[in-house]
Design a protein around this ligand. Structure first.
Ligand code: CO8
Length: 251
């Protein structure tokens, strides 16, 4: 996950400009009607899967139904060979203000532990296609964690990231303590998790670092080696040697 604060505005602008289109595609190809999200394919070639969280009255609080729908939409886009990347966004006011506190309020330890509460949230981080979070407004608690599960974060000027769970007497539960540490460093992550204080897009970008150099290099080397298992790596290098344009087949 990388923080980029160039601006999410172009993505958000186009979603504001086309509300009719968005509502018209709520049925998208999965067949079921989405209640909490708007889903469509965008781009000249319709090859960008676009998911907009749509619970404006609750600042896109991530209720169970919403996260299940996000999972369903991701499944559809993952299976769609025409989709090359996926964007998850919210509104200008809120990407997502966290897990739904009203839904969690009366849960017991036995229910959470026994039922592996919210385990399905992980789906976002297991998608094989690149997932981009276009964030503006509040990205708090589970909202910040959802953004960090994505591969890239484009943050708008009004974006605010925070893990305020401590103010509710709980802790992040969807990777916040782990991914935030890697994203902004241990010191700032500790401060945010221990105080609930928020940071804006600029601060997130300035603090951004991902893995340690050693971890990153190890991972990079393995992924580099893995490209040698693909036909496209062979084709790319062969095309260079033969002075022609590569004809990639996504294999
Ligand atoms: N859950 C439920 N409802 C919410 C949430 C939320 N997280 N956030 C806002 N809302 C609702 C409010 O209750 C309010 O509804 P209503 O009008 O019916 O009272 C509506 O959204 C608007 O909210 P506010 O009036 O509070 O709006 P403000 O602009 O005054 O404040 C804030 C905006 C600062 C974002 C404020 O709403 C707030 O602090 N929200 C809570 C933020 C928070 O604490 N988030 C963390 C939640 S815990 C969590 O995410 C744990 C994740 C664990 C995942 C585990 C996976 C395994």
């Amino acid at each position: 996950m990388a923080f980029l604060c160039r601006s999410a505005s172009s993505l958000l602008k186009s979603s504001r400009a086309a509300p009719a289109v968005l509502s018209a595609v709520r049925l998208y190809s999965s067949g079921g009607q989405y209640e909490y999200i708007l889903v469509e394919k965008r781009g000249e070639k319709s090859n960008v899967g676009f998911i907009q969280l749509n619970r404006p009255k609750a600042l896109n609080a991530l209720c169970d139904g919403l996260m299940k729908e996000v999972g369903q939409a991701l499944d559809v886009f993952e299976a769609d060979g025409n989709v090359g990347a996926i964007v998850i966004t919210g509104s200008e006011k809120a990407f997502a203000a966290g897990a739904d506190i009203k839904e969690m309020q009366n849960r017991t330890f036995q229910e959470c532990y026994g039922g592996n509460f919210l385990a399905h949230w992980n789906r976002v981080s297991t998608v094989k296609k690149p997932v981009i979070a276009a964030v503006n407004g509040f990205a708090l608690g589970g909202g910040c964690e959802l953004a960090m599960m994505c591969d890239i974060i484009y943050a708008g000027e009004k974006a605010q990231f925070g893990q305020p769970e401590i103010l509710l007497g709980t802790i992040p539960g969807a990777g916040g303590t782990q991914r935030l540490t890697r994203a902004v460093g241990k010191s700032l992550a500790m401060e945010m998790v221990l105080t609930g204080d928020r940071i804006n897009a600029q601060e997130a970008k300035q603090s951004a670092f991902e893995l340690t150099l050693a971890e990153g290099n190890r991972l990079e080397k393995r992924l580099f080696h893995a490209t040698f298992a693909t036909d496209d790596r062979k084709e790319g290098m062969t095309a260079f040697v033969e002075k022609r344009k590569a004809n990639f087949q996504d294999n």
